[in-house]
Design a binder for this molecule. Structure first.
Ligand SMILES: NC(=O)c1ccc[n+]([C@@H]2O[C@H](COP(=O)([O-])OP(=O)(O)OC[C@H]3O[C@@H](n4cnc5c(N)ncnc54)[C@H](OP(=O)(O)O)[C@@H]3O)[C@@H](O)[C@H]2O)c1
Length: 273
């Protein structure tokens, strides 16, 4: 993508998620290591990033930002205010700030900055590491179509991207950002079931994971309602319906619904911690 290979990127606060995004973006082959600089609070994290990703690093956020066209804010919600105060004068309107910080809104960021810097909010998830991420994006007051397009192009390198109203972002955080953790528990539990039914653990884990991947791909590619796809697997008086009965008995639907609702509720108030 010509636009991306001419940009320079600063990742401010490249911890777990920052590193995931950098690795995913580099693996896409569209962005080179020389285009990226990352910061963290401690030298230990920076040496880890240099060793693993071969990118430039600095403890100085302002120095990183001054060299960048695109500034990705990846710090924790609680660190946001301090970082924005530090970057207030350094950020310019010809740059773009992309924040992946949960709970922090574009008006909050804009209010802390000067110079009408375009801000885009993004909520990615950890499967971005393997090119299977899901990212929601929305633009702030000073962002234009081209800023959203650029952000979409970046996150499309590492998975799917959807443009959504900012009002949805806490729900997105609860569903697709926290979601991988819920799915890992489901995969682990399915594998335990396989082990209980006599399969070796490694085989059971592979079957469980590929089954989740396949079922997800069916929903996305066929665009069928999941209930229709479920009905297609469920032969009258077959084994699947017996399994479904046990899932319903265990309240799997209510449990998953409540998990998303609770995570979304929590996403609203992380900034106040
Ligand atoms: N984890 C996810 O699945 C996920 C998904 C979507 C969005 N997010 C968002 O991503 C953000 C980061 O989450 P995370 O899990 O990556 O947390 P993390 O691993 O703790 O990373 C935060 C990084 O920020 C650095 N940092 C702290 N204060 C700083 C400062 N003043 N200047 C520069 N760097 C600073 C820390 O440096 P040190 O390591 O040196 O202390 C750390 O590396 C959060 O806002 C979260 O809401 C996370």
């Amino acid at each position: 993508m010509p636009e991306l290979n001419s940009k320079s990127f600063a990742f401010i606060g490249a911890g777990k998620m920052g590193e995931t995004l950098i690795k995913g973006i580099l693996d896409s082959g569209e962005v080179k290591t020389e285009q990226i600089i990352a910061t963290a609070l401690h030298e230990k994290q920076l040496s880890r990033l240099r060793e693993r990703l071969d990118i430039s690093t600095t403890l100085n956020n302002i120095e990183a930002v001054e060299k960048a066209d695109v500034v990705l804010l990846c710090v924790k919600p609680q660190a946001t205010e301090g970082v924005l105060a530090e970057l207030r004068r350094a950020l310019k309107p010809n740059q773009i700030v992309i924040s992946i910080i949960a709970s922090v809104t574009t008006p909050f960021i804009e209010q802390k900055l000067i110079n009408n810097v375009p801000v885009v909010r993004a909520m990615p998830n950890t499967p971005s590491l393997v090119g299977a991420g899901m990212t929601a994006i929305c633009g702030g007051k000073f962002s234009e179509k081209r800023h959203l397009k650029l952000t979409e192009n970046i996150f499309n390198l590492i998975g799917r991207t959807i443009v959504l109203d900012e009002n949805y972002f806490d729900s997105v955080t609860g569903l697709s950002a926290s979601g991988p953790a819920f799915i890992y528990i489901i995969i682990e539990s399915l594998a335990e079931g396989g082990v209980k039914a006599g399969l070796p653990r490694d085989v059971a884990t592979e079957l469980a994971a590929q089954t989740c991947l396949g079922a997800a791909k069916m929903v996305i590619d066929t665009k069928e309602h999941p209930a229709v796809l479920k009905d297609n697997v469920t032969t009258p008086a077959g084994c699947t319906i017996d399994g479904i009965l046990k899932l319903e008995e265990g309240g799997v639907r209510v449990t998953l619904i409540k998990a998303i609702v609770e995570a979304a509720k929590r996403a609203k108030c992380l900034i106040n911690d």
